[in-house]
Design a binder for this molecule. Sequence first.
Ligand code: PLP
Length: 406
Amino acid sequence: MKRDWHSQFADDIRDYGGYSIGKLFALLNDPGIISLAGGLPSPEIFLKNEMRLASQSRLNEDIERIMQYSATAGETSLIEAIIEFLARDGIKISKDNIVITSSGQQGLDLTGRLFLNPDDVVLVDRPTFAGAIVAFQMERPKFAGVDIREDGSDVGGFRQKIEDLRKKHRTPKFIYVVPDFQNPTGITMSLKKREGLLDLSYQYDIPIVEDSPYRVLRYYGTTIPSIFSLDQARDGGNVIGVYTFSKLFCPGMRVGFNIGPKDVIEKMTNIKEGNVLNTPKYNQDMCTAFLKEMDWEAHIENCRSYYQEKLEAFLETMETNFPGEAGVTWTKPEGGLFLWVSVPKKIDTLSLFHEAIKFKVAFIPGSAFYADNPATNHMRINFSYPSKEQLVEAAKRLSGCIRSQL
Ligand SMILES: Cc1ncc(COP(=O)(O)O)c(C=O)c1O
């Protein structure tokens, strides 16, 4: 007899489908397609030789410990290096305030597991990072979303949502934001809004989860203080920071870190004991080497000019080719890896995605970035992975595709 596995699955997981956009990538096998769909950093600027050298020296010096289990909270040498790294960004923490994660995605998973019961509410931007939605969805929460503005989260809209929920005797468990060069829109939250979000957090006693994978990748303008550091300056203790080495160093190491109040970090460490137990020491050592031995500042400078050039090439080609007159608009990010294109409402970007494949270009339909009630006339564009020449060609192809649908 064939077993009915579905009925055997846990209630929380039975209807869980993971990443919806994963399935679209299966359609991009044709090598002629220029894909603006992924979120990959460019391997052209990976520190490959530095990595080889650091790897060899660690294996020579410490192979037995590398091959062994290691501490759940993370390697002391990496924790110390991160504390120093964050201090330069105005964040003062001690080792009680940090847990090493197996990358940002695990950082989000630990956050969801720690705070969310089924039906709890998470306040998010519309759109927001799809990976956060899928991580939190495992706990079956409800999402309350407010359309993002040009200068970041709509803090007034968040306040209204909180007030509406309070009338139903509900309070969001936390507010999730990506303030710097948000994935998927590329939008950066203004200083005023960061302070406003903190006011909201204090007034209603709702923690903020600040996800910061792209913070160092700024190509224009000046760095705005993180919400974490602004909260510290106000002695709040209301913010949890989710960080990753994926965009800073490379995603293959799967190393990141969460920072926050001691009680939160202790509990996240307990949860990590129950899933991956520890992040591989080798991978952590490579990240320590990145911060302590490789010239990471020069690397970031290099990433900035490299990605800025790509962004400029793409924006310039859009400017001359995209049908702006027909109501097509796009964000102009100051950093990060993505921009967000909006087309007239009559065009559904999921259908456009299939059309675009015929034009040999691909993007992610914006609907993937909404926890519910998805808007259907946007798309996310990644400009970090294709070459500059491919980006120019892709912008022309995409423009042709959009024009064909107007
Ligand atoms: C906003 C945001 N948060 C977290 C992550 C997770 O990154 P990773 O798991 O590679 O560290 C990403 C990756 O694209 C992201 O864009």
